[in-house]
Ligand binder design. Structure first.
Ligand code: DX5
Ligand code: ZN
Length: 221
């Protein structure tokens, strides 16, 4: 399995000081920045577009950017975020008219590709796509908001997904997103995840280094 990555979601960051917030959370030990893109169409909320990703790159952020597209359609924004410096681009298969083509587009632009499965989305969406992704992102909340509670049945879905990844390519990352806290991250890892999105658990704390260190301690158990 891959080494563990902690991916703070900037949805819960102070948008008025976003560059500093990202700097701070990276200095505090985060591995990759999770970028929640919402269009108030695919999900009932609106966040930010590719110019904000570009602005962070211009600000000097060199860490990988993990773009989670909660938008429909997806292809235009795939192009924009690839041009703005995204590292990973993941999208919801329900939001694309041609999932295989959208995955190919991401890789053709030099980014790593991934699919996002909502809590009710079956693993069958991976049947003809798993060999063409670099990451599977399992939602442990319904997309649209930070600060929600982890949906418990996700643990079994993580284990089933890990089994499928092992059969295809162990290097595919298994990211989990939503409701991850210090007190549940160990169970999520033991179920089979290696990449952990945390928004409110990190940005709602005064000391980012302390909460990330606490998560790392749990991951080492
Ligand atoms: C929800 C987003 C998540 C969310 C995580 O639609 O995809 O990344 O920001 O926030 P927390 O960690 O607070 O549940
Ligand atoms: Zn997300």
């Amino acid at each position: 399995m891959n080494n563990d990555w902690i991916a703070p979601s900037i949805l819960s960051a102070d948008f008025a000081r976003l560059g500093q917030e990202v700097d701070d959370v990276l200095s505090a030990g985060a591995d990759i920045i999770h970028f929640d893109v919402m269009d108030n169409h695919y999900v009932p909320n609106l966040t930010f577009g590719a110019p904000i990703c570009q602005a962070l790159k211009n600000y000097g952020i060199t860490a990988p950017i993990d773009v989670h597209l909660m938008v429909s359609p997806v292809d235009d924004l795939i192009q924009q975020f690839a041009a703005a410096g995204a590292t990973y681009i993941t999208f919801h298969p329900e939001a694309s008219s041609h999932v295989d083509r959208s995955l190919q587009l991401i890789r053709s632009l030099g980014c790593k590709a991934g699919l996002v499965l909502n809590p009710a989305t079956p693993l069958s969406v991976l049947d003809y796509t798993l060999p063409y992704v670099d990451m599977v992102l399992l939602m442990s909340v319904n997309p649209g908001y930070g600060g929600q509670s982890f949906i418990p049945h996700t643990l079994d879905k993580i284990t089933q997904t890990r089994r499928r990844i092992q059969q295809v390519d162990a290097h595919i990352r298994l990211e989990v997103d939503g409701g991850i806290k210090v007190d549940n991250i160990a169970a999520i890892k033991h179920a089979g995840a290696d990449t952990f999105v945390a928004g409110s658990a990190i940005f709602n704390q005064p000391d980012y280094a302390a909460v990330i260190a606490a998560m790392r301690k749990q991951l080492a158990c």
